[in-house]
Design a protein around this ligand. Sequence first.
Ligand SMILES: [Zn+2]
Length: 291
Amino acid sequence: MLFLPQAKPEPEESIYNAIDAVEFMRDLRKLQQRTKCGNNTCVGFIKLFEQHLGTKANSTLPKSFAACDKALKAEAGVKCLELHGCTNCQRHVFAPGDKTSARCPECGAGRYQADGKPNERVFFFPIKGRLQKLMSLPRYYNMCQHEFERPRNNNYVTDVYDTPAWRKFMGPVTFPIQRIGLQFCVDAIPAFAAGTLSLKPAEFINLSLPPSERAKSENILLSMLLPANLPKGQSQKKYFDFIADFELNEMATIGIMPDRIPVKVKIFSTSMDTKGREELTGNVFVGGAGA
Ligand SMILES: [Zn+2]
């Protein structure tokens, strides 16, 4: 018997019509996070599915991650802002909404180079919106009650809550919690394969979470990406001062979640070495490396 090749029948209705496009892209982002593959690879796979599973004309799949990312950011309260700092007086940071000021109001120095690029650029991810969203999740909110609920014994120091510094700075714990403590951390990392320190992420760890949850990457709040080569002294501190004015002071005094019981957010920042202290305080220490 002779089988003649037959034209592949077109499906009457594309499979894509049954797919929730946003849900699909969200799952693809999760897979991408696990496998570390790039955006182009993912979009390549979508095109491959389109070829084999249905007609392109009927496809409802998005052609990029833009819409998915927008929905995810809104859901998570995530924003990314670009900050420019003055490299002359090292005291001024241009507000994220200020696109027009070309000169530093403190010293008059230029903000941009001749090619239009800013002299100094930092990426800033405000934490207030994210914390507000996280605290509205029952699971996260309940985890923040750990300090009150944990077993304790006044004769033992079993967690940061038992230290005099915590007790003095944070005050007594209540149920439900009315203040949480965040630890601010900055250190340089090699972000690229060049093997050199290229970026300094500045992030917050929520010490009010149980110890097993504090250091998980999904619970660390990234605040800024600073260049690793900023000069010593005031150059980094101006950004720390900026985020204090932008959101941290308000979070500490007024708190977050005004629709429920407000939770004040207190910030710890400390350094275990001289170099770190220089960067945190903006002072320059004179002496040997081990001083
Ligand atoms: Zn200046």
